[in-house]
Design a protein around this ligand. Sequence first.
Ligand SMILES: Cc1cc2nc3c(=O)[nH]c(=O)nc-3n(C[C@H](O)[C@H](O)[C@H](O)COP(=O)(O)O)c2cc1C
Length: 169
Amino acid sequence: MTFLKMTKARYSVRKFTEQAVEKEKIDKILTAANNAPTAHNNQPQKIFVMQSPEALAMIDQCTRGRFGAPLVLVIAYDQNQSWKRKDGYDSGEVDVGIIGTHVMFEALEQGLGSCWVVNFHDDILKDSLQLPDDIIPVALISIGYIAADSVPSLSHEQRKELPETVQFK
Ligand SMILES: Cc1cc2nc3c(=O)[nH]c(=O)nc-3n(C[C@H](O)[C@H](O)[C@H](O)COP(=O)(O)O)c2cc1C
């Protein structure tokens, strides 16, 4: 599949099977994450691989966004390591955004679905993972085999026309 076709084929999966994701596939996803560019190559990410029953139960305390997935990556960044511009702008969230995008597309390549989840209780997550204040969780990505009756939401088809978002100068 071309990359352009992959960008169309990916959708936010909200119904997974219980089938565990093989370690080999998880390793490839983590390698794709590790290959992502980050500002100044600072690599401030901290990735928590949540897959034990206890870890998944903890995720369910934080969000309704697991959708039955057997694997959730919590992607955070360390504020002490992320690159800052002179005016104070912190690139950490953008770094995580690119890393998470690599994760979603490698998951697709491995025949898996994913859903990016921002709607989580930050305080519960930080407490459960015992994160210090300078570790900022940005994204949960639920990953797993796609349920046979999973369908893209209507919003998957709702993309603005290019002229609404792009200007040629
Ligand atoms: C930064 C970000 C945060 C998101 N947070 C959630 C979320 O908390 N829960 C959820 O079900 N989907 C979440 N999504 C998925 C979006 O709703 C979805 O990408 C969008 O509606 C387009 O649909 P598609 O991914 O199927 O193409 C998030 C996506 C992004 C990029």
